[in-house]
Design a protein around this ligand. Structure first.
Ligand code: HEM
Length: 470
């Protein structure tokens, strides 16, 4: 304690002095004649405002700064200079109209774990080629024949939960969204390959948020090893499909059959990195959305009753489960669909995204210097009362009319917008159909709250009990 009393004031004085010189240095930088940096605080030297961001709910960090500084403000997080943007016009500027001035940016350690050839990290022709392939396999016309497969996976997951034991909803939803991802990528896949993919992907997943070090035995190193095994498994599956000349419409076959204008095929690494990338993009996001839907429905009994009425009518028209759901039925669940949109708005699973300015850019008289990170804050837009009245209220009827342009972006916008959005919504509709027509659920523990990992999920992953209704 004595040591603390001595070192703390000393430490604070050193930080103050460094901070003073650091701010002088920043002031001296002359980026342009008439432009100035956006308002905001860069925090302490080197650590910036990282502690402020990580010591509280991130949404408070963003909300407080938006209140203090307005729609555009600067900060420094984890040693990176950032400009944060909270208006629909600014998000459109960065992601759509001036997207060429901002490139995707991810930490190298994450890029290596997912695979450097995955489309998120790229721009231009290569990105477009991969995007067309992935989008092509996820368009409504391509996924309409997946309804039966997703239904089987959903029904079997739900009946395995419904024995009254406590389950961690988010973890179970992760298993389900992984299975759906596998179905979309590979179509029918032999169970031993599925098990190998599941086992190794789980190790990658555990290492994703760990400290990136190559030291043996660490979570990150184990994840990198599992990542290599995933590539090997995908290469083996691809080899088998090529030998059997299988012409299917799912993503892997599209990738295997793809040729660029010079007749070049994709390399093994490009295929593996993009498949792992799609699995990564699909799993936690969809699982988080599914978990929030359950929480919101549970907390709003009147809405749950309306959803149950809509879904039971469909269930009964299908002979109480004798016939499978049809694609057209999934397109005709108007109230449930609004609940899904409102859940996506409320939870704003992707709170924000990152880009990096490729040159000095001017926005509304402010300078965004080359190399700075630029973050459109989707959640702040989704929770702005100017665009969504009484934003903290869960109210699906607000989606009776279309939201104002660029105010609703749960799946992003522009060239990197989510190609999996239709599949994600289909999974949600099918899960809600089964859940609301045949099951009830109780939450365990009364705690409310959000946990980030990195996507927002209900506290402790929403422990719950499920029961089949008679
Ligand atoms: C509720 C579920 C989901 C949400 C909220 C979501 C959200 C997003 C967002 C916001 C982006 C854009 C990120 C950016 O601009 O930086 C994105 C990109 C992407 N998503 Fe999703 N996503 C979901 C599900 C899925 C699914 C099911 C798949 C695939 C089966 C998928 C595949 C992708 C891919 C490949 C990209 C990168 C696109 C590119 O860089 O061109 N996502 N997602």
């Amino acid at each position: 304690m004595e040591g603390f009393a001595f070192w703390f004031p000393f430490f604070m004085s050193v930080l103050t002095i460094i901070s003073y010189f650091y701010s002088l240095r920043n002031k001296r930088k002359n980026y342009g004649k008439n432009t100035k940096l956006p308002p905001g605080s860069m925090g302490w030297p080197y650590i910036g405002e990282t502690l402020q961001l990580y010591s509280q709910d991130p949404k408070c960090f963003f909300d407080n700064r938006q209140k203090r500084f307005g729609e555009i403000f600067k900060t420094n997080i984890l040693g990176c200079n950032c400009v944060m943007l909270t208006s629909p016009e600014a998000a459109r500027f960065v992601l759509v109209t001036q997207a060429h001035l901002f490139k995707p940016t991810y930490p190298k350690s994450k890029e290596n774990l997912i695979g450097p050839s995955a489309l998120f990290f790229h721009e231009g022709e290569y990105h477009m080629r991969l995007r067309k392939l992935i989008q092509g396999s996820l368009y409504p016309e391509s996924i309409r024949n997946m309804v039966g497969g997703i239904e089987d996976l959903t029904a079997s997951a739900l009946s395995s939960w419904a024995d009254g034991r406590v389950i961690t909803t988010f973890n179970e939803m992760k298993k389900l969204s992984f299975e759906v991802g596998i179905l979309a990528i590979f179509g029918h896949l032999e169970s031993h390959y599925k098990e190998e993919l599941k086992k190794n992907y789980a190790i990658v997943d555990r290492g994703y948020n760990s400290f990136p070090t190559k030291l043996p035995g660490t979570k990150y190193k184990k994840a990198m090893n599992a990542r290599m095994r995933l590539s090997e498994i995908i290469n083996e599956i691809s080899k088998g499909r090529k030998e059997n000349k299988l012409v299917e419409k799912e993503l892997l076959s599209r990738m295997l059959n793809s040729r660029d204008e010079n007749g070049e095929t994709l390399s093994e690494d490009q295929i593996a990195d993009n498949i792992i990338g799609v699995l990564f993009a699909a799993q936690d996001t969809t699982a988080s959305a599914l978990t929030w839907i359950l929480k919101y429905l549970h907390d709003n009994p009147k809405l749950l009753k309306a959803v149950k009425a809509e879904q039971k009518a469909i269930y009964e028209s299908n002979g109480c489960g004798k016939f499978q759901l049809t694609w057209n039925q999934t397109r005709n669940m108007p109230f449930t669909y609004k609940v899904i949109l409102e859940s996506l708005r409320m939870a704003s699973i992707i709170n924000f995204t990152f880009r990096e300015a490729v040159s000095d850019v001017e926005y509304k008289g402010y300078l965004i210097p080359k190399g700075w990170k630029v973050m459109p804050l989707f959640r702040n837009i989704h929770h702005n009362p100017e665009f969504f009245a009484d934003p903290q209220k869960f109210d699906p009827t607000r989606f009776e009319g279309a939201p104002k342009p660029n105010t609703f972006m749960p799946f992003g916008s522009g060239v990197h917008a989510c190609p999996g959005n239709e599949l994600a919504k289909l999974e949600m509709l099918i899960l809600v159909h089964h859940l609301a027509s045949q099951f009830r659920w109780e939450l365990v523990g009364s705690e409310c709250g959000i946990q980030y990992g990195p996507f927002p999920i209900p506290l402790h992953g929403l422990p719950a009990r499920f029961f089949k209704e008679e």
